[in-house]
Design a protein around this ligand. Structure first.
Ligand code: SAH
Length: 352
């Protein structure tokens, strides 16, 4: 039925203009539709009342507006973090998280359903890979929260691609989504307020350096020796630390932009003095910032978050070696909305 219809969210502005041109419509109609999509955040073609009826009928016949359905909503006890379960037309679901800080409202969104990378400590890795999301499906996750915030006279201030999936294994859709979110006639999300996080796909990092955007890059490091990183992140067998650092250094040289390294602190696994010293040796002098996050426990992994004492010992070593770092608070863990926990409960239900 609607299978072959194009999802309007999947189109860039010039693609939308081309489509309308094929229909014999003037160019400004595409601009009008764009504004309905990304400024008024319309959820139905019928809302686009500035368009002639005939054009709306044509849009209804030829296109769809794939607004994912909200299946469940969970709010953390402190009210600062909220997790919504969104369902796409084929029944696949993603969880999206909204974090409210004093002056920031950050959406954490996904690029894939599941993930092929199988990082041992990550709930998404534990569930396996189902499919890529389209650019429109990635964009729609951000629009979901923007719509909600607009009703409260607020706006999303930041977007992080740190939900399910590996963005650089769905590269084209990810970059297209970022460009649509930053579009000056649309949502106008600040480029520096968006962050892509990769598990370390070296060719993807190189390609991203050539995109000429100001979007931030985060790299999940988690270990500073190949032995340990192989164990925690099987992708390290494909792109080991030397290969990864080669790509990151190229990225920094080309873009002159600071890279964030993420490090989930796992008790007595990667919070040792040996790892801290190896880490400092690798990154000393680089234009980077370390983000340290105590592990959020997941069903399929036995590791525990590091104790405060071990965190202090670890960070002392970094401080002495002048490595800049931030220790992140765990947020939303009471609703399994923490990093790497998305879909954890759904999987629990699956197996129960
Ligand atoms: N595939 C990308 C983006 C998704 S994961 C990547 O690996 O970067 C986003 C971040 O959450 C990554 O840094 C990931 O390592 C981290 N993460 C995964 N599971 C976690 C857990 N159980 N506790 C804390 N952080 C976790």
């Amino acid at each position: 039925m609607a299978k072959n219809k194009v999802n309007l969210y999947d189109l860039d502005l010039d693609e939308l203009q081309n489509l309308l041109k094929q229909w014999g419509e003037p160019r400004y109609r595409a601009d009008q539709i764009w504004v309905w999509l990304y400024k008024h955040l319309a959820t139905e073609i019928a809302e686009m009342t500035s368009l002639p009826k005939a054009l709306r009928a044509k849009l209804e016949a030829e296109t769809t507006l794939e607004v994912p359905q909200v299946v469940a909503v969970q709010e953390s006890i402190d009210g600062e973090t909220r997790k919504d379960l969104l369902q796409f037309r084929d029944g696949e679901q993603v969880e999206v998280v909204l974090m409210r800080y004093i002056e920031r409202r950050t959406a954490c969104i996904s690029t894939q359903i599941g993930c092929p990378l199988k990082c041992t400590f990550c709930a998404t890795g534990q569930m396996g890979f189902r499919r890529n999301l389209t650019s429109g499906e990635i964009v729609a996750q951000a629009l979901h929260f923007e719509r909600e915030l607009q009703a409260q006279d607020q706006r999303l201030t930041n977007i992080v691609l740190m939900g399910m999936g590996e963005p650089f294994y769905n590269y084209d859709a990810t970059v297209a989504a970022l460009r649509r979110l930053m579009h000056p006639d649309g949502l106008q999300m600040g480029q520096r307020r968006m962050t892509v996080s990769t598990a370390g796909i070296a060719p993807g990092i190189r390609q991203f350096a050539d995109e000429d955007t100001q979007v931030n890059l985060a790299v999940s490091l988690h270990a500073a020796t190949d032995d340990l990183r192989d164990e925690l992140m099987p992708i390290n067998r494909r792109y080991n630390l030397d290969a990864l650092f080669l790509a990151v250094n190229e990225y920094i040289k080309k873009t002159n932009r600071q890279v964030t390294f993420e490090w989930v602190l796992i008790d007595e696994v990667n919070d040792t003095a040996e790892q801290a010293i190896a880490l400092a040796a690798r990154i000393s002098g680089m234009l980077i910032h370390m983000n340290l996050i105590p592990l959020n426990p997941t069903m399929g992994f036995e590791g525990r978050p590091s104790s405060p004492e071990r965190i202090e010992a670890f960070t002392d070593i970094l401080t002495r070696r002048h490595i800049p770092f931030t220790l992140r608070l765990r947020r939303g863990t009471d609703i399994s909305a923490g990093c790497g926990q998305l879909r954890a409960q759904a999987s629990e239900k699956d197996s129960g």
